[in-house]
Write a protein that binds this ligand. Sequence first.
Ligand code: NI
Length: 263
Amino acid sequence: MIFDTHAHYDDEQFASDRNTLLSKLPEKGIGKIINVGASIATTKTTLALAGRYDPIYAAVGVHPGDIADLNEESFLWLRQQTRQKKVVAVGEIGLDYYWEKDPSIQETQRRWFRRQMHLAKDAGLPVIIHSRDAAADTMQIISDAGSWSPSADGCGVIHCYSYSAEQALRYIKLGYYIGVGGVVTFKNAKKLKETVQAIPLSRILLETDCPYMAPEPYRGKRNESSYLPYVAEKIAEIKEISPSEVEKATWENAMRLFSRAVT
Ligand code: NI
């Protein structure tokens, strides 16, 4: 079975066939899914999905692009949600200097990233981190937050990993996993392929980030968890092992990291 550690099935791109699609995933080998909140609104829709579908778990958090949602009141609400039964992580949280060039807003991103890291720490939950063009500041904030080992084996995952192999090894040293999705199947994804080669299989998580980031041969189309075998195949090819070894190891990795609430 495959564990999709990062999906957005509450996205409007699934509005017309969400129920049919989600009900068919188990027979396609998708055992568990974490639906990830990115704003206050999508944290609510994420919680609703987790309540409705057995294989779906929830991550609650606000993405750096949506921090305008955050204030003391909404932050308190977020804190309350970390206690819900199927909440397995705080995310997606982090920094995005690719889309945000304004230094004062970048500072605000760092402030809310720090606070959400502490929220996770207080709740004993791992974090799901979005980090783009901000490798050094991300490193600084996660090392300042320290280790709290929610699962005795890791504090979180750097999702949709886009930095170098050397940087990945530094994140791993701090107790983080590396999220790998459709990008690894792209022809021009040289850096990510090098990263997959350099890091241990025990630190890789499979993720779709659907509806985005569909792997080849579906690149540019709407993504879904049942395309993850293409990602597993590519990782297997790079690491010269079988796709089933990749599926088994990444399943176990996710079960270990999100062990507080995934059953
Ligand atoms: Ni995402």
